[in-house]
Write a new protein. Structure first.
Length: 367
């Protein structure tokens, strides 16, 4: 039987754990042409939820067409337009039709001979970008004339970095006039998204319904994992699953990785869980070393402080002195810079986003 757990790709179908209420809510919003701001920290399963939703919408009657547009790594309006056409190239089987839709755009489509997948590039002068942005969004509207359409912009916080004058205002002005289209703006950097959608001086102020993605409950993980292992006639105790979820601090990507390895090895025990954790840390060590080497001394000290204290009482004089900070303001600046890099986040307290990075620091970095 194929391993049902996955950690290197989007989890859908049997690999997808629960989130039935979220699917129900988002389906309703899409069917009613609503705009949703979906956000949570990285590694919490946003993209898997989106693809599971898209699969569900495709099976509905009448079905809803979905377009997933990945904005991660985009730098400007030119890249934004290219991302739209890259997404269209994945759903438009005939390149001739895509090129016809893009009439007037400086669009280049190259098909990878190995994978058969098209690669889209766009080169537009800054002065022409507003016109072509409008044209690309009108193409999305043309799809919605025949059937309801869901458009997902993943990594939406990236547009906050664009320097194209008036881009956000122009994007909103086009989107708000469209019909028969539901939008999901998805992202992981809460502080940026909050400013974009909650500040009255920003173009997207109050445009979307805020939908923070909550953690999956332990009981749901237990039910899901036990059901899959049962198909292989293997019993996995609730305590084992609870241990995994606790070690991973409810981060779905790592929970999937632990369960994938348990399934592969076929032996379930507390010792096996500990060994899998050690193996994960060993495999990711080079990645963590590269990250660590890119940090300033104060950023390193701040991460070490968070790893040791779990973010509790970090501004107390005792904590500052223990970890080498002469003042709370220096620590604040270090945490702010780490937040901008999406390495730490703040809810009630600051914490390191990647639980395995935290464990690596505790194991590797001198106290």
């Amino acid at each position: 039987m194929e391993n049902p757990f996955t950690h290197s790709r989007v989890a859908t179908g049997k690999s997808f754990c629960n989130r039935q209420q979220e699917l129900k809510d988002l389906t309703y919003y899409v069917k009613n042409n609503q705009t949703v701001l979906l956000y949570s920290h990285r590694r919490t399963g946003k993209t898997s939820l989106i693809f599971e939703l898209m699969g569900k919408l495709k099976k509905m009657r009448p079905k809803v067409k979905s377009i997933y547009i990945d904005l991660y790594g985009t730098l400007d309006e030119n890249d934004f337009i290219a991302a739209i056409f890259s997404a269209l190239s994945q759903i438009e089987s005939k390149l001739e039709k895509l090129l016809k839709l893009a009439t007037g755009l400086k669009l280049s489509v190259v098909v990878d001979p190995m994978t058969g997948q098209p690669t889209v590039s766009v080169s537009i002068s800054r002065s022409e970008r507003p016109k072509y942005l409008k044209s690309s969004l009108e193409i999305l509207s043309s799809y919605a004339k025949k059937q309801k359409l869901l458009v997902v912009f993943d990594g939406f916080q990236e547009i906050d970095k664009y320097t194209d004058p008036g881009f956000e205002k122009r994007l909103r002005s086009h989107i708000q006039l469209q019909k028969n289209i539901g939008y999901i703006f998805s992202g992981s950097q809460k502080h940026i998204l909050s400013q974009m959608f909650n500040s009255s001086d920003r173009a997207f102020y109050q445009m979307a319904r805020s939908y923070p993605l909550k953690l999956i409950e332990l009981e749901q993980y237990i039910k899901w994992a036990q059901g899959l292992f049962k198909k292989r006639k293997i019993s996995i105790a609730p305590e084992i699953i609870a241990d995994i979820v606790d070690r991973c601090e409810f981060q779905p990507m790592y929970i999937q990785q632990f369960l994938f390895e348990l399934w592969r090895r076929g032996k379930i025990s507390p010792a096996a869980i500990s060994q899998i954790e050690s193996d994960i840390l060993e495999r990711r060590e080079n990645e963590f070393i590269i990250l660590w080497d890119s940090l300033t001394t104060n950023q390193r000290k701040a991460l070490r402080l968070l790893a040791k204290t779990e973010g509790e009482a970090i501004f107390y004089s005792e904590s500052l002195q223990r970890f080498g900070f002469s003042s709370g303001s220096i620590l604040s600046r270090a945490l702010s810079s780490l937040s901008k890099r999406d390495i730490v986040t703040k809810n009630k307290a600051y914490h390191i986003q990647n639980v395995m990075l935290k464990k690596w620091i505790l194991r590797t970095v001198p106290a």
